[in-house]
Write a protein that binds this ligand. Structure first.
Ligand SMILES: [Zn+2]
Length: 397
């Protein structure tokens, strides 16, 4: 083909594509169901912060969810390890219920903006009412205190997914971090009998099994046992970024066989393999300043915040481009199909996000990038929320 003809052909292909991406992607985004399976903002709510109006810190609040086009949000109930031993007592259940209460209180104060969803129909009803459908996910199995009755209690309080482990093992399941450590000998790997009992009960009750953070052997055991599709509520692809808890190709294939979905985490360190080495060397360079911040008479969480704030101007230039995030969506869609990938941002739970994704209001940029990579409207709507709705319907009674 003569080069002029080729130029013309490219013009007719690329201009409409570009026009669509520039104008209609936002309209499409706001008309679609957008679901996110992991947000940690309850860590702020439980400390008394009011998320009803626009807030200046973190990544989300009720105003910003709206501006990002979010229709469905799984709120993560993450219990910090310090609550596992408070003066010799395990306060993890107590802390989990306090976090759930903070969400219920937010809902009570904003009945026009947000409602609690307990199943697929509730989600649809809330979307039709143009309210944010809020669901509760408990991250890490320790709030059930090794007692299956607490699984029912938390289900009755609204828990609709439970991540079997966080980075720590539970007495009945091993985590990705602990399984991958070479300096520890584990008493067992995967699910023990108690763990199997818990997984079966989760299936019966209609609690989605979340395998983010969970060890490879545990994931294998879950997939051979579960009768319902599982999710990874906030995980990425190991082949692209070999982080200890990113998912390997064989796991992605097994999750797809189970008709499950992997919801992609936006954390810079999980999407770009060069980020952690760069941020570690920045932290080493600023070691003296960090050490002095650690001596401040503050709560450990506030010290972490102070360190993050101090480091943020140095981290800013090494934030990965948005394309690195989209690569993880693309990889899973190409490996196992577009039906098995979605959004699990981890907003308000991570200290560094990719460029053009500063907070939840930037979500339409993801839709734009998916269209630019050639995904159809049908594909994009599955990624944004359709896959989530399928897996929710299959799990909740
Ligand atoms: Zn997590």
């Amino acid at each position: 083909m003569k080069s002029k003809n080729l130029q013309l052909l490219l013009f007719f292909i690329l201009v409409p594509l570009n026009l669509f991406s520039q104008t209609d992607y936002r309209k499409f985004h706001f008309e679609s169901i957008v679901a996110d399976t992991h947000n940690d903002v309850l860590m702020r709510a439980v400390e008394g912060e009011d998320l009803s109006g626009r807030t200046t810190k973190g990544h989300s609040d009720l105003i910003r969810f709206k501006e990002g086009g979010v229709d469905v949000q799984f709120f993560s109930v993450w219990v910090a390890p310090s609550f596992l031993n408070v003066n010799g007592k395990d306060h993890s259940y107590k802390r989990a219920t306090a976090m759930i209460d903070s969400l219920n209180s937010l809902i009570k104060r904003n009945p026009q903006k947000i409602g609690l969803a307990l199943n697929f129909n509730d989600v649809q009803k809330l979307i039709n009412q143009k309210k944010l459908a809020a669901l509760i996910g408990v991250e890490g199995g320790y709030p059930i205190l090794d007692n299956i009755n607490y699984l029912d209690t938390l289900f009755n309080k609204g828990m609709r997914y439970m991540t079997l482990t966080w980075n720590l093992n539970t007495p009945w399941a091993t985590s990705a971090r602990e399984e991958s450590r070479i300096d520890t000998v584990l008493q067992f790997k995967g699910l023990n009998e108690k763990g199997k009992e818990i997984v079966k009960r989760m299936n019966q009750l209609g609690i989605i099994i979340d395998i983010s953070h969970v060890g490879q052997k545990t994931v294998d055991d879950v997939l051979s046992l579960t009768t319902k599709p599982v999710i990874a509520s906030h995980s990425c692809v190991y082949k692209l970024t070999p982080a200890f808890r990113n998912l390997k190709d064989y796991q992605l294939k097994n999750i797809a066989k189970n008709n499950g979905v992997v919801f992609i985490n936006f954390y810079a360190g999980f999407i770009d393999s060069t980020f952690r080495p760069k941020s570690d060397s920045i932290a080493r360079f600023h070691k003296a300043a960090i050490d002095s911040l650690k001596t401040l008479p503050l709560h450990p969480d506030d010290i972490t915040l102070a360190i993050e704030k101090y480091l943020s101007p140095f981290i800013e230039p090494i934030r990965p481009p948005l394309s690195k995030l989209v690569d993880h969506f693309d990889y899973i869609a190409k490996l196992v199909g577009v039906d098995h990938v979605g959004i699990g941002s981890d907003f308000d739970g991570v200290e560094a996000l990719p460029q053009e994704m500063d907070d939840v209001t930037f979500l339409p940029n993801l839709t734009r990038e998916l269209f630019l990579r050639g995904y159809s409207k049908n594909d994009v709507s599955k990624i944004l929320g359709g896959n989530f709705m399928r897996v929710l319907k299959a799990n909740t009674n």
